[in-house]
Structures are given as C-alpha cells and as structure tokens.
Design a protein around this ligand. Structure first.
Ligand SMILES: [Zn+2]
Length: 336
C-alpha cells in the first residue's frame, strides 16, 4: 500500500470510529431516558434486582402472585410469655409450603417435650376473641390429627381472610411430639414417660391408673406421678393461663364424636359442642363406651371457664379436611 492510499484508509477507519462513538453515546442517552421501556430503565437504574423490577418484568406472574406478606402483629411471632428455648425450630417439623405459596407464619415455641422437642403454636388473626385448636395429644397413634393441623396451617397461610377480624386462632400443632416421633403404633400414644397427656391434668378425678373397661388398652400408660407432672402439660397449661382462650378444640381419633369438657358437662362446652355438631357429621351426643375419663385436658379447661371439647376424627387415617374447614368457621363464630 502506497502512502497516499494508507492515509485514505486511515481516515476511513477514524471516521468509522467517530460514528461508532457517537452512536454508542446516543444509545446510552436513550437508555437513561427510558426509551426502551421498564426493562432497560430498571436494569440501568437498579442493577441490584428489586422486587418491583421483577414484578414489572413479569406481569403475568404478578396477576396470580399472592401479595407479599406484610408484617402484622398476628403473623409476627411475639415474644412468648413463657421462657422460650433458644433451640431453633427444625424445618422438618413445620409444614413445608409449595415455593409459589405464601409462607407459613413462624410458630411460637411455647415449651418443650420430655425429649426436648418444641411445642409450636401458629397464630392467625389478631382479634380479641381467642380460640385454640390442639392436635396430637395422643402422639403417633392419632397422627392424622397432626396431619389435619398441617393442612389447616397451610390453608390458613394462603387464606388469612378466613379468620374474621374479631378472632385470633392459635393452632398448637402437636402436644405430644415425642409420641409422634415414635411411629404410629400403640406405643406412640403416651409421652416419653409413658404418660397419657390427656389424663395428666388437675381435675377432681385425676388418677395414676384408671379402670380399663371400655377404655383404650393398647399399651400400658399412666396419668403421671401427679396431676401436671409432665412438661408438655405444664407448658400448655401456662400458655392457656397466659393467653386465656375462650374456647378450645382438642382433636383426637377416632370415631366417638364430640365430647364436651367438664366432668359434669360444662354449659359452655355443651353449647360449643352443639354448634360444631350442627355443621359436621361427628356424632353428638358422643358415643359412650363405658370408659371413665380421668384427669382430662378438656375437663381441666372447663374448670377455667373455657368452652372445651374433644373432637374425634372419623378414623385413624383421614383428616376430614373439608368437614373441619366448615367446623373451623363455626368454631370462630361461636359466642359464649
Ligand atoms: Zn385421643
């Protein structure tokens, strides 16, 4: 290449560079003015991805997306009135929602079992009328009540509107986690001391042993060294005394129906039992087997002025979810 042609070539190259630089500058200006829409604007202005940028980019997802949870007193685990343990709640013991669903509220740990497992309470709503649902007091032998608790916790996490503004609902997922961890056989009914946690309460008829006629006899259990001897019962009693629920359902399985609390059935417990029977197929009055119920949780609750019922699911397998969703509405609507 002779010098003349080399100079011409160099000028052409320089001109191309100038045009490129001007073009890039124009593009950069357009980007910063949003000429290419929210995508480039957000990307340029907010290199760290933000929720709003993501929602702008994915309008089809925003249409079906559950609103992000805003912290509210009812969903924020409040400090327990009881000495909460530093033990972290194990993920395996909380219901696992599908990733696209709203998160389950974090449970309060209100105490621990003999073997140190947490007693977890999930709270929904923030109204003055308090209700408590208790599951799994008979451990693994009534595991389907805990399965029902998990279904209700997951459902209420997705549908907080099911709790009327005047209500607060506490859900104690399992009273007897040690029994639940032992399996589903008859040996899983008592706690780690072989105590029946439904018969370890301060009532006029507490007994270490009771007549076996008509009662569950699948495995030797006792009522404890005395009423309230077991840590699970101590923690639950303290929780109830502190929270003062007006009404309690304690879930069992299976088949006997709805049993009102009170050694002589307490009038408020009877009223609650009738309200629940009106929306369900559970037998009321309950089926009588001749069993003498000593030191019972629901009977102690009645002594505190709380409307309390034992509710027996249909069998040892099903959760009766749909029926218990109706029952939940009646439970929340019941007035003493
Ligand atoms: Zn039971």
């Amino acid at each position: 290449m002779n010098p003349q042609r080399w100079r011409t070539f160099s000028r052409i190259v320089a001109l191309v560079w100038v045009v490129n630089v001007i073009g890039l500058a124009a593009l950069a200006f357009a980007f910063t003015r949003g000429a290419f829409g929210d995508l480039t604007f957000s990307a340029a202005k907010a290199p760290a991805a933000t929720a709003s940028a993501t929602l702008q980019l994915l309008p089809t997802q925003t249409a079906t997306r559950t609103p992000l949870p805003t912290p509210s007193p009812s969903l924020t685990p409040s400090p327990s009135p009881l000495p909460a343990s530093p033990t972290a709640v194990q993920d395996t013991q909380t219901p696992t929602p599908t990733p696209s669903l709203a998160p389950t509220p974090a449970p309060r740990v209100i105490g621990h079992s003999v073997e140190g497992r947490p007693l977890q309470v999930f709270t929904f709503g923030n109204g003055p009328l308090k209700r408590l649902m208790v599951f799994g007091i008979h451990g693994g032998s009534e595991w389907n009540t805990v399965a029902l608790a998990d279904e209700l916790i997951a459902h209420l996490s997705q549908h907080p509107e099911l709790i009327p503004p005047e209500n607060t609902l506490d859900v104690l997922r399992v009273v007897n986690p040690d029994g639940l961890a032992r399996g589903r056989g008859p040996e899983s009914r008592g706690n780690a001391h072989s105590v029946d946690l439904n018969r370890n309460w301060h009532t006029a008829n507490w007994a270490e042993q009771w007549p076996l006629e008509g009662c569950w006899t699948g495995y030797p259990l006792n009522g404890g060294d005395g009423p309230g001897s077991e840590p699970e019962v101590i923690w639950l009693r303290r929780f109830i005394v502190a929270e003062k629920p007006e009404a309690i359902i304690s879930y069992h399985s299976a088949a006997l129906g709805i049993l009102p609390g009170g050694i002589t059935p307490y009038s408020r417990s009877v009223s609650l039992a009738e309200a629940l029977a009106a929306v369900s197929d559970y037998p009321y009055p309950p089926i009588k087997t001749g069993c003498e119920y000593t030191g019972q949780f629901a009977d102690w609750s009645a002594l505190q002025g709380i409307a309390a019922v034992d509710l027996e699911l249909t069998d040892h397998e099903q959760t009766d979810f749909d029926q218990n969703l109706l029952l939940l509405a009646a439970f929340l609507a019941w007035r003493k």
